[in-house]
Design a protein around this ligand. Sequence first.
Ligand SMILES: [Zn+2]
Ligand SMILES: [Zn+2]
Length: 438
Amino acid sequence: MTMNDNEDMTANGAARWWRGNLHTHTFWSDGRAFPEEVVAWYKARGYNFLGLSDHNVFQDDGDRWIAETTGREQYFSDYLAAFPDAKTRVGADGTREARLSTFAELATRFNEPERFALLPAFEATRSVKFSNGRSHQVHMNVVNVTSVLPSIASPEFTRNEDDVPLPEFIARHARETAAFAASRGEHAVFMLNHPQWQWYDIAPEVLAEVPEVRFFEVCNNGTEIPAAPELPGDGFDTDRFWDVANAFRARRGLPLLYGLGGDDTHVYRGEPHGGMLMPFNAWTLVRAAKLDGVSLAEAMERGDFAACEGLEPEDIRFDSKSRTLSVAVAAKPEAMRTIRFFVSKRDFSETPTRQITIRPSAEHDTPVHERTVNIYDDRIGREVATFRSAPGEALRASYTMSPDDLYVRARIEEPGRPLCTAYLHPQGRLVAWTQPFA
Ligand SMILES: [Zn+2]
Ligand SMILES: [Zn+2]
């Protein structure tokens, strides 16, 4: 599982970085834009791959129409101006309707070899209820599969009358996805989205127990986590979440959890939430020889990718013999970059130093959303090396693992306007995350 071992030189040339976003929404579900617009915007912005991950639906029904209801006039006029070949009709009540383009139509229209690939995607969206009154949001992206999971149509999953614990609930979806994709000859990517939304709904200990989940969103641009005053400021951010899951996994010999960046955009035009949920803030940078769903999935399974929030690495290498992680970021005028290396120590304690019960603010129901967050000692997610560039200079840094390190990962930072402003994200800086290596 090392990049230098897998360095991919093929007849098509050296592997290169491809920029993409696997999480965004359109009028196929609750996104506020037509799918052509969304694809065109990302492609024009220089993205190489995109997944339209609408909730519990895959875009394969050629007879889906949406009506120009009150409030949608601007969406329709923008869309019809940009795409004059769009199909419209007048509905039974006299309202104009527009047909939603399918995945196949969008791929035919926008895909370009070595430039842009639309990947099939959907977001399996569950609200799981337990008999103690608690409910948890569980949202899982499935990429590279051209049909929704059969269980999407079965309500018993969500009702959860047997009180299936969250790890098993998520594992069932991961196993179903793998079997369903295999039966169709497809290579699925399964990821757990925004675990902290909406109210610390999935704890890192849950993901520690589900090795079937290889990927989660370490950075999600579209969700906002309300502040929990009970939590210490540095006690439980997304990096700490990730390290708790991976410390437990590494100790048990399970595959490490990898982190993605995803826009999760629902609103594209700056209304009504201000700039908070706009696109192009969180993405994933994958290094592969070819731009197609299988090549990208295989690179991600090797850990050859980065999660990005406004900043991209130039290079990431892990030498498995010397157990050295090397990270480089290119020069940018006047910018000062920091590269931080994090590890978890082999002797970390699985007993939390503190357990904090957090209660939601007034807009949520208590005890439906009451949660307990475990705080561990600093042998989990310890920062072990920090390097800073001079203004405007490139930066390259390495860390060689100690025998008592379970894994190492790195984070590149640059002071800047915060992009993803959700409470748990790093504030006031642009960030890129490498994957953990061991
Ligand atoms: Zn979601
Ligand atoms: Zn979403």
